[in-house]
Design a protein around this ligand. Structure first.
Ligand code: ARG
Length: 457
């Protein structure tokens, strides 16, 4: 492509370190779409003839069907997807192929292709997350009144419902979707026509290519356009945050599936066995979601380090932008699908969950709240009285409800038999009916809103 200036060809090591075709061939659809839009615009602006543009577009369409059936050939000498396609175009249509690159550089070309790819990927991830939300919402609806222990510090805190717990992840997914939508909105400006860095003297129509490729507007500064990879970092930031959420759900499912907890049975289809221990059913998919999260965050770090301190405009370091984005997108898509399958397929063992909710004095706060409400005791004092009741029950290996009224009145004379109604786990969750609380009515309300937002029946 640039042989005119060189006396010698590249060494083997130059060819190898330079080649991005092994990974950027993933951009072939975007590259062909952008080339078609570019040459159509060149013809509309009388920069190339309609005949030549027609020939080039026909050639690009042939190449697209070749790539579709046979894959993209990987020739390191051709460096990247842009040169691979242009070289094939020259084979197919002859010297007229050389008109395609008028008023364009690979710098604006790759920036355009990559934005298009990230845009499609944001859409795919949003779709996937909506599927996860649907799974969460339908399981939450089934278990809006299924009581389990809620934890802080992984110590029993207060009873909650499984529906409430699952809906917490629905809310996280909603924020993840909004971050991806935000990234998508911000990236949707077209760099094409920025050329190498300074723009071009050809009378091009950047509005036209922007529109043809579904961008809102052309970018405003040619130097920024070829140097900017914020859009990829925005995607990676959103992907990292999303993966962090998925890894927390994955970890909870690992814990819930463990024998001492036994809150869920994982679906067979997302578990593995052991080659030596016949009884084993391991939550490998969840563990890999946890593991992949580290890699996704690593991808974000990788591109941040690539971009740090790069002078304007394009530097070849930026060719390293693609592997972390491709890897993160692939891993995140797997993680979303795996978690959707686990939420869909988990069997919730409501008996075990309820039993566990009765351990660990989960309704101690209800006793304290009762003292405040019914005996008008300041909360701090009620907390102290309840602490004494827990201490007594614990010394006897009993639950709070098992303490007799004599035991309780000996601790504080203002307690009467109505207190027992407040001490059951059912009463405890039903009482927490503040907006967004764990009361089954509240959970059902939010489930109904979510179903409506997702277009579910
Ligand atoms: N393969 C290159 C990349 O992905 C394309 C841009 C090359 N531009 C250049 N000035 N060498 O970044």
């Amino acid at each position: 492509m640039w042989g005119g200036r060189f006396a010698e060809g590249p060494s083997a090591i130059m060819r190898e370190i330079n080649a991005s075709i092994p990974f950027d061939k993933a951009l072939w659809r975007q590259d062909i779409a952008a080339s078609k839009a570019h040459v159509a615009m060149l013809a509309a602006c009388d920069i190339v003839s309609d005949d030549d543009a027609g020939t080039i577009i026909g050639g690009l369409e042939t190449i697209a069907s070749e790539y579709d059936t046979d894959g993209v050939p990987e020739d390191w000498d051709l460096e990247d997807i842009h040169m691979t396609t242009e070289a094939r175009l020259a084979e197919l249509v002859g010297p007229v192929a050389g008109r395609l690159h008028t008023a364009r550089s690979r710098n604006d070309q790759v920036a355009t292709d990559f934005r298009l790819w990230v845009r499609d990927t944001c859409d795919a991830m949003i779709d996937g997350l909506k599927g996860l939300q649907r799974a969460l919402v339908s399981r939450a609806g089934e278990h809006a009144a299924s009581i389990m222990p809620g934890f802080t510090h992984l110590q029993t805190a207060q009873p909650v419902t499984m529906g409430h717990h699952l809906m917490a992840y629905y809310e996280m997914a909603a924020r993840d979707i909004s971050r991806l939508e935000d990234a998508r909105r911000r990236l949707n400006q077209c760099p094409l026509g920025s050329a190498a860095l300074a723009g071009t003297g050809f009378p091009i129509d950047r509005e036209m290519t922007a529109q043809a490729l579904g961008f809102d507007v052309p970018t405003a500064n040619s130097l920024d356009s070829v140097s900017d990879r914020d859009f990829a970092l925005d995607f990676l930031g959103a992907a990292s945050q999303c993966a962090l959420h998925l890894s927390r759900l994955a970890e909870e499912m690992v814990i819930w599936a463990s024998q001492p907890f036994g809150f869920i049975r994982m679906p067979d289809t997302l578990s593995t066995g052991s080659s030596i221990m016949p009884q084993k059913k391991n939550p490998d998919a969840a563990e890999l979601v946890r593991g992949h999260t580290g890699r996704i965050v690593g991808c974000q770090m990788s591109l941040m380090m690539t971009m740090k301190g790069l002078p304007l405009a394009y530097s070849k370091d930026m060719q390293d932008d693609k592997p972390p984005v491709f890897e993160a997108a692939h891993l995140l898509q797997l993680c979303i699908a795996a978690m959707t399958g686990m939420v869909d397929g988990a069997e919730f063992r409501t008996g075990r969950m309820r039993e566990a909710a009765e351990l660990g004095y989960a309704t101690a706060t209800d006793l304290a709240d009762w003292l405040v409400r019914e005996a008008d005791i300041p909360f701090r004092e009620a907390h102290h009285i309840t602490g004494a009741a827990v201490k007594l029950a614990e010394s006897r290996g009993q639950s709070l409800e098992a303490l007799s009224l004599d035991d309780l009145t000996a601790i504080d004379a203002r307690i009467d038999e109505r207190v027992y109604r407040a001490l059951s786990v059912e009463a405890s969750v039903a009482a927490r009916n503040s907006h967004g609380g764990t009361a089954p009515d509240e959970v059902n309300k939010r489930v109904a809103e979510a179903r409506k937002a997702l277009g579910m029946k």
